[in-house]
Design a protein. Structure first.
Length: 214
């Protein structure tokens, strides 16, 4: 399912919302007024939200499932990779509505965006770098990118070494085992961070006879 069908707004923070949000987003209004393009220069992460293109890539990776299932690590999951929480009141096999899936996605993206802001602090990012880090936090959880669990990633951030940051976006295990799907996702995440290349590297072309061109 294309993330475009999710009809979620990823517009930049509006001047009105920035003003209402207080000092944290005060610079967002200035960025909009000056027409700063985060695809061309790095900006303060307080001014960034995940892009529509990243949402589509995320939906491709996670899928959109309305029945609660167990992910590769055995955790109950639903919607667009939403980890079921006790307060959700859901068990494996339960179904949710499409609207609930959208709500979970909005909530989880907001948490992941905030997780990235906490991770990088005042280090400026391009839009595609921010997107890749949101995908990372969304996928592995903020706790797994902490200084204790991801010391090399944090060291790269603290030194402002973007190339070293890209090298540390490779998270491939679930429940202690390497998962091929996570290997592919890590490769894609690194391509997004380094080259703004959002395309699925697993995608294949099919000719008129239905043959895959590998």
């Amino acid at each position: 399912m294309s993330a475009a069908a999710l009809t979620l707004s990823t517009a930049a923070v509006s001047p009105y919302d920035a003003a209402q949000a207080g000092p944290k987003y005060a610079s967002a209004q200035m960025m909009l007024e000056d027409q700063i393009d985060a695809t061309k220069e790095r900006v303060d992460v307080a001014n960034l939200k995940v892009s529509d293109t990243m949402k589509e890539a995320l939906a491709e990776e996670e899928g959109v499932r309305l029945t609660v299932y167990r992910d590769v690590a055995g955790y109950p999951t639903v919607g667009v990779g939403h980890l079921v929480l006790p307060e959700d009141g859901l068990s494996v096999g339960d179904r949710i509505t499409y609207e609930q899936a959208l709500e979970f996605l909005e909530q989880d993206l907001a948490k992941a965006e905030e997780g990235v802001r906490n991770l990088v602090n005042d280090l400026p990012l391009y839009q595609h770098e921010f997107d890749a880090l949101v995908d990372l936090v969304y996928n592995v959880g903020e706790g797994n990118v902490s200084e204790r669990k991801s010391p090399r990633l944090n060291a790269a951030i603290q030194s402002g070494d973007y190339t070293a940051m890209a090298d540390q976006l490779n998270y491939t295990t679930a429940a202690g085992k390497v998962a091929r799907g996570l290997e592919y996702r890590s490769e894609r995440r690194q391509a997004i961070f380094m080259e703004a290349a959002y395309e699925d590297p697993r995608a294949v072309e099919v000719d008129s006879a239905g043959r895959a061109n590998l």
